[in-house]
Design a protein around this ligand. Structure first.
Ligand code: PLP
Length: 389
């Protein structure tokens, strides 16, 4: 190809998951029986009621036009109502809620609104790769805050050097956390808010897994005093309602942060198809009626895997949330070698920790978005590989 990628693409790490996909396809092509515990994409279908809401809305020509940039009033109002019911926080839906084409879209565009070249963006690692990539696309400098088991996978804000803090403008956090499953409590969110105020830093909280909890309900940062001055929170209907393919979510929080993201989006996209917003309205209105049964299923699957891994002599971390299990590797292998070994010797795909950033090395992630009989099979096969390593 005579055309060279722009420098910003050269700055991204190799996308390990694409490579894993390739190896997985090769194995399947040779007739291998592969069980995929790698991707975090629910196997459970979207609710029939939500599908019907889409169908009837799609038949109405008034939904065929360009949607409004910020989202239909009705969608934003229902999102605000859901938020109030769930977290006890009232949002002004006209100024504090913005529809997104999936939360990934919002997270990816957010730094473009607030980051200049030279600004530092703090983000937690291991983590969703988009915090790093979106910072690079905005010309900012990413600075990783490692999440360690010793700190219960919470960043140590007091260990950030002064010269970094002086240039830091944005902090990405994500609880319940992908890939570690850790959840944040009131004390942590209060510390983050105080930190943001002291150093004039924006907080972007990725709450994509807020509804996948098995113990106490998880929290929104916006529940705590002062958060509305400094924070934007990203919500997704994807994991919550088994709607990953539909592409709908919303951002909420501080008026100016929402307006900034809205301005970027107005210049890039033209909103979410209204029929999909009507489906989103249906999902949010049904709320716990849909998410309750999903939680029961994921909780049972997570318990299956954690007890099997423990029996195999490993120490899976249990944050009591998300559909992921984050586990330290056996022996002295690195996460890529272990992952390759599992595919080749057992036909099992997991995610190598290093795929979530350098700080993820030494761990692997299992996703329980697969049928239970397959999960049980996979656990047996993993135990055999672990016993040999
Ligand atoms: C899946 C995921 C998202 C994105 O979900 P959307 O489908 O774009 O709403 C965002 N953050 C994390 C941590 C995720 O795992």
């Amino acid at each position: 190809m005579p055309f060279k990628y722009a420098g910003r693409l050269e700055m991204l790490p190799r996308y390990l998951f694409a490579e894993l996909d390739r190896i997985k396809s090769e194995q399947i092509a040779t007739g291998r029986d592969i069980i995929d515990l790698g991707v975090g994409d629910p196997d459970l279908p979207t609710s029939g009621e939500v599908v019907e809401a889409l169908q009837s809305a799609a038949q109405d020509p008034s939904n065929h036009i360009y949607p409004s940039y910020s989202g239909m009033d009705r969608f934003r109002e229902v999102a605000a109502d859901w938020f109030h019911k769930r977290f006890g926080v009232r949002l002004d839906y006209k100024k504090q809620v913005l529809s997104l084409i999936g939360s990934k879209e919002g997270i990816a565009h957010f730094p473009l609104a607030f980051i200049n070249p030279g600004d530092i963006v703090l983000y937690t690692e291991p983590g969703y790769p988009i915090y790093f990539a979106s910072t690079i696309f905005a010309g900012g400098t990413p600075y990783a805050l490692p999440l360690t088991r010793e700190n219960n996978f919470m960043p140590r804000l007091d260990s950030i050097p002064e010269h970094i803090l002086a240039k830091a403008k944005l902090l990405f956090i994500n609880y319940p956390n992908n890939p570690t499953s850790a959840t944040a409590d009131r004390a942590f969110f209060e510390k983050v808010i105080a930190f943001a105020k002291a150093h004039n830093i924006i907080i972007a909280h990725d709450a994509a897994y807020s509804e996948i909890y098995f113990g106490e309900k998880t929290h929104s940062i916006l529940e705590y005093p002062g958060a509305m001055d400094v924070a934007i929170e990203f919500h997704s209907l994807s994991k919550t309602f088994s709607m990953t393919g539909w592409r709908i979510g919303f951002a909420c929080g501080n008026d100016d942060l929402i307006a900034g993201l809205g301005t970027i989006k107005t210049n890039i996209d033209s909103g979410v198809f209204q029929a999909v917003q009507w489906a989103g309205i249906k999902a949010l209105t049904l709320g716990d009626t849909l998410t309750g049964p999903l939680r029961t299923i994921y909780s049972r699957r997570v318990r299956m895997v954690t007890s099997a891994l423990s029996a195999a002599g490993l120490e899976p971390y249990n944050g009591n949330a998300t559909f992921y299990i984050w586990t330290r590797l056996p022996g002295t292998m690195d996460s890529t070698s272990f992952t390759m070994k599992l595919i080749q010797e057992a036909g099992i795909v997991v995610s190598p920790g290093v795929g979530f950033g350098k700080a993820g090395e030494g761990f692997f992630r299992i996703s329980v978005t697969t049928r239970e009989d397959q999960i049980a099979q996979a656990c047996e096969r993993i135990a055999k590989v672990v016993a040999r390593s």
